[in-house]
Design a protein around this ligand. Structure first.
Ligand SMILES: Cc1cc2nc3c(=O)[nH]c(=O)nc-3n(C[C@H](O)[C@H](O)[C@H](O)COP(=O)(O)O)c2cc1C
Length: 263
């Protein structure tokens, strides 16, 4: 393979994907391949350099991924130079077969898909495990990330497609189950800041990847109706002032500190 430089586009809500992407960057670089990291939420797909190998990294959410991640992948430019592309997703346990539709999208655009990997990491929603279990899972996940990167470098990786789901079939079946998509659920599951706890620091505004939180002088933060439920704000608010959807007030999960994501 001709991998010379990797442009790695990724999104991470609470840090799992970031840790995997950074491990992959480290492994590529140890093997003489420079890697530029780009946050999907701050990137324009039109700026993608088709001379470089493209990496895509994102978490699984509701057997799919976040809408703005799909939007980015769908808006990748067409290539006539068989630009290499690989993907990695992180998940709590079951992804619903997202590698199939992503393969179909990039293939149709002329890319050469060279590898796809799904890496189990600690779940970051509802069923939050104890610190030791999370730590072990992260360590195992990072070993998988390193192995996968070496496979990519040595041309031994695959873009497996089991279960085989076409983009259209995926969208009319699995992805249509996304509960957060409807307007009604955006209202029912709307996140709210606990005004007693909140100190108006504005960190939630700077964390939100889709600018769904606003803060006006003298007022509590206002959550809009375009939440993607990545849980960055709930997990990284320094006061724990933003409960999860359904007002769930149990443990939250974070793999990194807020500064990694501040705009
Ligand atoms: C709203 C939401 C939905 C999720 N849905 C799934 C799912 O369908 N399957 C799964 O295995 N994990 C699911 N997860 C867990 C995450 O995919 C997993 O913890 C991931 O590693 C988080 O990555 P991040 O820390 O980079 O955001 C979900 C998490 C969230 C917040």
């Amino acid at each position: 393979m001709k991998m010379e430089t990797v442009d790695f586009y990724f999104f991470s809500g609470t840090g799992n994907t970031l840790l995997v992407v950074k491990k992959m960057q480290e492994t590529f670089q140890e093997n003489g391949i420079p890697v530029n990291l780009h946050k999907i939420e701050e990137s324009n797909p039109e700026d993608v350099n088709l001379e470089h190998t493209i990496g895509l990294g994102f978490p699984i959410a509701e057997l799919s991924t976040y809408n703005f991640v799909w939007k980015f992948i769908r808006a990748l430019p067409v290539t006539d130079t068989a630009t290499e592309v690989f993907m990695v997703d992180t998940l709590g346990g079951f992804s619903g077969g997202i590698v199939g539709p992503v393969h179909e999208i990039v293939k149709k655009k002329g890319y050469k898909p060279i590898g796809a990997k799904e890496i189990v990491m600690p779940p970051n929603i509802f069923y939050i495990q104890d610190e030791e279990t999370c730590h072990e899972k992260v360590q195992k996940g990072l070993i998988k990330a390193e192995e996968y990167t070496l496979n990519l470098i040595n041309d031994e990786s695959k873009w497996g497609r089991v279960p085989v789901l076409s983009d259209a079939l995926y969208y009319t079946s699995i992805a249509s189950l996304k509960i957060t998509e409807s307007n009604l659920n955006q209202k029912l599951l709307r996140l709210e800041t606990d005004n007693e706890e909140c100190r108006r620091c504005g960190i939630c505004v700077r964390l939100c990847p889709v600018d769904n939180i606003t803060l006006e002088e003298g007022k509590p933060p206002e959550h809009g109706f375009n939440c993607e439920y990545c849980l960055r704000c709930t997990s990284l608010c320094p006061r724990g002032a933003i409960p999860c959807p359904c007002n769930y007030k149990g443990k939250t999960y974070r793999a990194v500190k807020a500064k990694e994501f501040l705009k």
